[in-house]
Design a protein around this ligand. Structure first.
Ligand code: MOS
Length: 741
């Protein structure tokens, strides 16, 4: 079934260890906050203690007199900071548009109102606490029940969904909610800013060094050429580090004011305030089917909360449009403004909460139909993307279901609620489908062949922990016929050729064509060098008769083994290195001719121990159709990590906003629960590697996000099977399950 066959010596598709692994495990990898400079000062922001109102008075006198304190900055003395221009191509985008300290209006709890700067972190922290702020306070709106503040936007429509729904005998009208979730990455958001007039060097925790540079240049009011953003290693991002947050501009502005390097690391608590989150969603699903299970209508009307100033849409209908065949469909969205920090992308934005709703609804419908939920999905498999009426480029969702069902043992499922028992525990078996976009960002890379026999690939992207260093080493090693230890990968610097954002699971797919072109370019130069070096083997041969394979320069009519290495060519010609550049374009701008997505299926077993109200995720099988997997080791790790996050989403994660003050209540690791080892069983992950070269020659798509899509629904479906309780509001709580017992 896997269609792609590798040349035995190609590193593509090989389960290679991370090339940056030794640096990380020995502590030699330099993360943002590890940067230190002579004379560096520490900055600690002061966050508003109200969520709605205005600043009446900001008194910094006491704070300024404290030991080690150099300054306290706020709106009146930080200097002008500018707004980011509206942007539709993601080249300079920031989810929070308002520059820090822009006015005296407080719109969310924790909004930065000042920043204390001192010689030590402790002194700066003490000074920040000593800044006295009085407010004109208004009651905040952090209400969880959502109703549309904005115009309802029709995202997709075909047929007449309402009429078909009204006419249907078998139907369901239910509402699901998903809570605000905070990206609890290990590495806190950090900025180390070094201003050396007129240039800024900004060490940042970012999933996009180029975007970060472009945004910060605008906010600081300088040219992009005067800003360099560095991010060599990231302690993960999950989307929370895609766009810059206010601490970055604050650090840079303070550095410019004081002419000193500034380190600013926000606290875990501040992470909940002013560094993005996945917004709460409320999704009404109306769905109907005929008696055979064929869908006759599907309506998905969703709302998400957003900040007062920013219209962040959680695109819950992302997959609804194309996942199932249904002639009558309508998807709408709307926003509900709240006194809450700006939401942002979180792993699988839109699709992940959206699929919780629609994949739960499919399960509920299957139960009404007395039909196997897997069968219901198979019946409604579309032949084309009915959302935009184009063929699928590569869709193997049914194969995912079948492979997953096989490996899980789904055929042995007794559909009766609570009927399956093992070792005194009630088992629940649930399943759901998954999908995610498969696209490319624009990307440029440089490839260098060097006279010591090594090669280098460099691009202004970053490795957020997903394995980009390693995957690029594999790709370049394949392209120039070198072993991976002879390949250097340079990333995480905005002055490199502009590379992709680490967002949307698109880095690998985006970079492959660019590396390929850059390699072709440099090999062309290499061949020219080979035939122009007097006294050397190929001197005077026509360049068109030359080629490069398996690491050797040789004539087309002779085997590679008769040729010479590029190292020999470079040394003979006295070249230190040769460089080639390559770029590839985004797939977003073109009117698509084919529908490109990845697919997957999750099968989940939960155990329910009613006597002590203990619910566990006990067994998981996940099958992913994401094309060629360049590195199955790093790839599996992505899916496993996503499933771990899925267990957290299904059972634990929930940012609570306290209604009177509007503060996130559980803004720490004791009270914001994420899945830990003890919550996670052994995970069984499989890739179906169907060949499709739409995005690049290897047929690689993205795998960073899809593993989370659908997982919470599969779990909720399993919980229903075990307990008979349909939980439509995440996370699934023990209290929900006790209600009926
Ligand atoms: Mo992702 S939410 O595109 O890091």
């Amino acid at each position: 079934m896997p269609a792609t066959k590798d040349k035995s010596n190609s590193p593509i598709g090989r389960a290679t260890k991370r090339i940056d692994g030794p640096l990380k495990v020995t502590g030699s990898a330099i993360y943002t906050s590890d940067h230190n400079f002579p004379g560096m000062l520490y900055a600690v922001p002061v966050g508003a203690t109200i969520a709605n109102g205005t600043i009446a008075k900001l008194d910094t006198k006491e704070a300024e007199k404290m030991p080690g304190v150099k300054a306290v900055f706020h709106r009146a003395n930080i200097g002008q900071l500018f707004r980011v221009a509206p942007n539709s191509d993601f080249s300079a985008f920031s989810d929070e548009d308002r520059p820090p300290f822009d006015d005296d209006i407080i719109r969310y709890y924790g909004q930065y109102v000042a920043v204390a700067v001192a010689e030590t972190f402790e002194q700066a922290t003490a000074a920040a606490e000593a800044v006295k702020v009085t407010y004109n306070e208004k009651k905040p709106n952090v209400e969880t029940l959502l109703s549309a503040d904005s115009k309802v936007h029709v995202e997709s429509e075909r047929g007449d969904a309402q009429k078909a729904f009204d006419d249907a005998g078998l139907k369901l009208d239910v509402t699901y909610t998903t809570p605000a979730e905070t990206h609890n990455v290990i590495e806190l958001h950090s900025s180390v800013a070094v201003f050396d007039d007129p240039n800024f060097t900004l060490y940042e925790t970012t999933q996009g060094v180029v975007n970060h540079r472009n945004v910060l240049a605008q906010v600081l009011g300088v040219e992009p050429e005067n800003v360099k953003v560095i991010s060599k290693f990231l302690g993960s991002g999950f989307g929370g580090k895609i766009t810059p947050w206010p601490q970055s501009a604050i650090a840079a502005a303070v550095s410019r004011k004081l002419r000193k390097p500034i380190k600013l690391v926000i606290s875990r608590k501040m992470t909940f305030h002013a560094a993005g989150h996945r917004p709460r969603t409320q999704q009404r699903v109306r769905i109907s089917a005929d008696e055979k299970g064929k869908l006759t209508s599907l309506q998905h009307d969703y709302l998400n909360h957003t900040a007062i100033l920013d219209d962040f849409k959680e695109n819950c209908g992302e997959c609804t449009k194309y996942l199932y065949s249904c002639a009558n469909l309508r998807v709408t969205s709307a926003l509900a403004k709240r006194n809450i920090g700006t939401p942002t992308s979180m792993r699988g934005p839109g699709a992940v909460p959206g699929l919780f709703a629609t994949e739960s609804a499919l399960d509920e419908l299957a139960i009404k139909l007395k039909m196997d939920p897997l069968q219901l999905r198979i019946i409604n498999e579309p032949e084309k993307d009915e959302g935009i009426n184009i063929p699928f480029a590569s869709r193997h969702l049914i194969e995912c279901y079948k492979a997953g069902a096989d490996k899980f043992g789904w055929a042995k499922r007794d559909p009766r609620v609570g009927s399956m028992k093992r070792d005194g525990l009630t088992l629940g078996w649930g399943m759901a489908g998954a999908s995610w976009i498969a696209e490319r960002w624009p990307a440029e890379v440089a490839v260098e062949l060097r006279n010591d026999g090594t090669a280098k690939v460099s691009t202004g992207t970053q490795d957020i922990g997903t394995g980009t260093y390693t995957v690029l080493a594999q790709v370049l090693a394949d392209k120039v016929g070198l072993s991976m230890d002879k390949v250097e990968v340079v990333l995480g610097d905005s002055s490199l050729p502009p590379g992709p954002l680490s967002g949307g699971s698109m880095v690998t797919a985006s970079l492959i064509p660019a590396v390929s072109k850059a390699a072709e370019k440099v090999i062309g130069t290499l061949l020219a060098a080979a035939v122009k070096t007097p006294g050397e083997k190929y001197f005077g041969v026509e360049q068109k008769d030359m080629t490069y394979t398996e690491g050797k320069v040789h004539k087309k009519d002779e085997p590679a083994s008769a040729g010479i290495s590029f190292q020999k060519v470079l040394n003979a010609g006295n070249f230190k290195f040769l460089t080639g550049k390559g770029s590839s374009s985004t797939t977003f701008t073109a009117k698509p001719k084919v529908s490109m997505h990845s697919y997957g299926a999750h099968f989940v077993e939960v155990t329910w121990q009613e006597e002590i109200a203990r619910l566990r995720v006990n067994r998981v099988v996940t099958v992913i159709d994401a094309g060629k997997i360049i590195n199955p080791k790093a790839g599996r790790n992505q899916i496993e990590g996503a499933v771990v996050m899925g267990i957290g989403m299904a059972l634990f994660e929930h940012t609570h906003y306290e209604p009177s003050k509007g503060a996130p209540l559980n803004s720490n690791f004791a009270d914001y629960i994420v899945a830990v080892n003890a919550d996670v069983p052994a995970l069984d992950v499989h890739f179906l590697e169907f060949e499709n070269t739409e995005l690049n020659e290897y047929g690689a798509r993205g795998i960073g996000e899809i593993g989370l899509a659908g997982f919470a629904a599969a779990t909720a479906n399993a919980v229903y099977h075990a307990t008979g309780v349909r939980v439509r509001n995440l996370p699934i709580k023990i209290e929900d399950l006790l209600a009926t017992t």
